[in-house]
Write a protein that binds this ligand. Structure first.
Ligand SMILES: Cc1ncc(COP(=O)(O)O)c(C=O)c1O
Ligand SMILES: [Zn+2]
Length: 411
């Protein structure tokens, strides 16, 4: 199995070997996220498209030869990954896009894409000799680490801003995590979690800080490529907060391209909320990540200083992609559009990607025959209060057939 060959700083290009006490480049601090690379000849010797075709599509451990883990085979108690890629005919028709798919990552155990990263980080932490885990989270990364730690019987400590949506906090508590509800923003909770992890020697899963979160998230791209018969999409749209999902998607396609399993790379579109668009501003401007105010109902992408922002902007540029910002109103319109046209329920952050798609389609920036995948990253039931802002509640009816007749005839 491929141990990482090297970890390279996105800001200064310094290369490092794996070290359980070092997550980022010490010279560049919070801008020093590390990219993981492998010996691709070695991977080619142990796996191929044909070897995958011979194995059932059960979970994302089928890509173990492309993951930074020495151990194998993996016995994981819950099924992470292997989520559906739906052709969504209703949404295709509504938007005039003939080759559109939704990758429904809400089908993961804790109902978000974050499980892919948590699963890899947990196994990596165990491999590095750690037995206790921690994460700061806007909600989903924490819920995910709590869920998968519980399945593995491992303790974890989750730092959340006190404003985190109730359903996500409920998940943390039901999964038995030690919940530290911080009077402060996500960014402040993030820094505190790093400090506490160093002090208590917890293995830290923070997004955009632990380099293996990108490696875990890349399995979504590996699945998309395999589900499309190794003919990658032209465009992949995903929501960006810290920018780690975006970089994970890019890394997955880049790894496959290096292996020669796909012949070209897609362009990426980052969907950001207007009230939290640091990555978009950096992408459209001078590339520098600057803090912004966090002001959007899409809590999962409400991020002041994106911790994986430098890498995400580099990846967006490398893909020839773009960044699109959407208002909370547009997100609230996208939620029922997706629901009515597909039967899929996305939380606001995930629906931001659909809103970005609608915006691009409306502006004529997508061609009819373009092969597009939108990644649905988190389930709508995680934030019911937001969902209820997107719809009109029904007026109560008298419990009588006349009232039903009246209501049906006049609606
Ligand atoms: C549902 C959902 N979508 C998108 C994102 C954004 O991911 P990232 O912070 O890696 O950009 C998150 C992160 O919490 C999320 O939970
Ligand atoms: Zn550096």
């Amino acid at each position: 199995m491929p141990l990482p060959e090297s970890l390279t700083c996105v800001s200064c290009s310094a290369a490092y070997r794996e070290d359980p006490n070092q997550y980022s480049c010490p010279k560049c601090g919070e801008l020093g996220t590390l990219r993981v690379s492998y010996d691709y000849d070695r991977i080619r010797a142990s796996a191929s498209r044909d070897s995958l075709a011979a194995a059932p599509f059960r979970d994302h451990w089928r890509y173990l030869p492309l993951l930074p883990l020495a151990a194998g085979p993996v016995e994981f108690p819950l099924a992470v990954g292997a989520t559906p890629l739906y052709p969504v005919p209703g949404l295709r028709k509504a938007l005039g896009l003939e080759r559109l798919w939704i990758k429904d990552d809400t089908a993961n155990p804790s109902a978000s894409l974050k499980d892919r990263a948590s699963a890899v980080v947990l196994l990596k932490g165990l491999e590095l000799g750690r037995r206790e885990f921690a994460a700061a989270s806007t909600g989903n990364a924490g819920a995910s680490l709590a869920c998968l730690s519980a399945a593995l019987g491992l303790p974890c400590h989750i730092f959340v801003p006190e404003s985190a949506p109730r359903a996500k906090v409920a998940q943390l508590l039901i999964f038995g995590a030690d919940v530290l509800s911080i009077r402060g923003s996500y960014s402040e909770a993030f820094s505190l979690c790093v400090e506490a992890s160093e002090y208590f020697l917890w293995y830290n899963r923070n997004t955009g800080y632990n380099p293996y979160t990108v490696e875990g998230k890349k399995t979504v791209a590996l699945e998309i490529a395999e589900q499309l018969g190794w003919e990658p999409p032209d465009t992949v749209v995903a929501a960006a907060g810290d920018g780690c999902i975006l970089s994970g998607i890019w890394k997955g396609f880049v790894d496959l391209h290096r292996l020669g399993w796909i012949s070209r790379l897609p362009r990426l579109v980052a969907a950001q909320a207007e009230g939290s668009q640091s990555i978009k501003q950096a992408f459209d401007g001078d590339g520098a990540i600057r803090p912004v105010t966090e002001d959007t109902l899409a809590d999962s992408i409400s991020v002041s200083l994106p911790r994986n922002g430098v890498m995400a902007v580099q990846d967006l540029k490398a893909s020839g992609g773009s960044a699109v910002s959407v208002s909370d109103g547009e997100i609230l319109e996208a939620m029922p559009l997706l629901g009515k046209r597909t039967g899929l329920f996305a939380e606001p952050a995930a629906a931001a990607a659909v809103a970005a798609l609608v915006k691009l389609a409306g502006a004529g920036e997508l061609s009819r025959a373009e092969r597009i995948v939108v990644v649905s990253t988190g389930h709508g039931l995680k934030d019911v209060d937001a969902a209820l802002q997107a719809v009109d509640p029904p007026a109560p009816l008298d419990c009588a057939i006349d009232a039903v007749r009246e209501r049906i005839h006049h609606s």
